[in-house]
Design a protein around this ligand. Structure first.
Ligand code: UDP
Length: 328
């Protein structure tokens, strides 16, 4: 198939591109390198089935040309990372909503089956754990900019589902929970690469708040397997929303302790109030656990990697980067 991946130079995107090329697909990537990195796609440059354009989703001509040649679109390009979202709310809302609008317009024009990336952020402050796709959603007030991310991705979901309902476009929505693995940047707040880098450099690990908040971390390789299967089964997935994530829950303090143990570092933890880490009045979720029964039923998917094996993968990757930097 010809697959068009927006945001293909990002963390999840570049892992997906590799998997698509390995199984024989033709892949086009559009990425403006705002949070994605050229280094992520550099290994594919020169591959006979790989094309890329460094451009913005809002360049209608490029978007149109790439969609015209494609059977399917995986729309991953988005403003992501809590830090970025809090610092640049206007850019976040515009990138997410206008970007998805533009993608769906060309998808309709060329009848491309479409997979839209969404996020567990849309569950907001919901407390009915685990989160199910049909749960009511509880977001915070518009005066707190964190919620602009959830609201913008929710609007993306509505746009995608409307395109399915009104125009019969095969659109599926993937709600990612915390996805981690080699190659993830810690610049935008993601906790696992941040902790691993801090530990490898002998720095204190910065646990925000009291560290009792919990998350479930899913290896990107498992996430990519889910995306491929969702893409391949439009007859069972179109018009539907799917959680993609691990159900192994860990508190952030435990995560920090685990990282310290597995890196063999001296291991200091400092607790940083949210207001200092992000912005005054920042609201975080205490727990976030997906119910994955729906995706398991639809495509027979389960995550296969536990937290220790994920951490070992990230530690090996970050150690290699550190060694390469030191050797230069
Ligand atoms: N966090 C932390 N220290 C950091 C970065 C993040 O304690 O250096 C916390 C953050 O407050 C949140 C959790 O780790 O409770 C996961 O954060 P991340 O940004 O990775 O993902 P989120 O689930 O917030 O989207």
């Amino acid at each position: 198939m010809n697959i068009f991946v927006t945001g293909g130079a990002g963390f999840i995107g570049s892992h997906l591109v590799r998997a698509l090329l390995e199984r024989g697909d033709h892949v086009s990537v559009l990425d403006n390198l705002s949070t994605g990195r050229f280094a992520n796609i550099e290994p594919f440059v020169g591959h006979p089935r790989f094309h890329f354009a460094i451009d913005d989703l809002r360049n209608a001509l490029v978007l149109d040309r790439l969609a015209a040649e494609s059977d399917a679109i995986v729309h991953l390009a988005a403003a992501v990372g809590v830090k970025l979202v809090v610092e640049q709310p206007t850019e976040t809302i515009e990138t997410n909503v206008l970007g998805t609008h533009a993608v769906l317009r060309v998808a309709r024009r060329y009848r491309c089956r479409t997979l839209l990336a969404s996020t567990s952020e849309v569950y907001g402050k919901g407390v009915s754990i685990p989160f199910q796709e049909d749960d009511d959603l509880l977001l915070g007030p518009s005066s707190r900019s964190r919620w602009s991310y959830a609201a913008s991705k929710l609007l993306d979901e509505f746009l995608g589902l409307a395109a399915h309902r009104e125009y019969g476009l095969p659109v599926a929505i993937a709600r990612f929970f915390n996805t981690v693995g080699p190659g993830q940047s810690g610049r935008y707040g993601m906790v696992v690469p941040r902790f691993v880098r801090q530990a490898l450099r002998g720095q204190a690990l910065t646990v925000y708040s009291d560290g009792s908040q919990s998350r479930c971390f899913c290896h990107v390789a498992d996430t990519v397997r889910a995306l491929l299967a969702l893409l391949d089964r439009p007859e069972t997935t179109a018009g539907q929303v799917f959680n993609i994530g691990s159900t192994q829950e860990t508190t952030i303090t435990k995560l920090a302790q685990q990282v310290i143990k597995r890196t063999g570092g001296p291991g200091e933890i400092v607790y940083v109030p949210y207001g200092q880490a992000y912005a005054p009045g920042f609201e975080d979720m205490q727990r976030r656990v997906p119910d994955i029964a729906k995706i398991s039923r639809a495509i027979d998917w389960q995550p296969t990697r536990d937290l220790n094996s994920i951490l070992d993968d990230v530690i090996a990757y970050e150690q290699a980067r550190l060694d390469a930097g030191a050797a230069q």
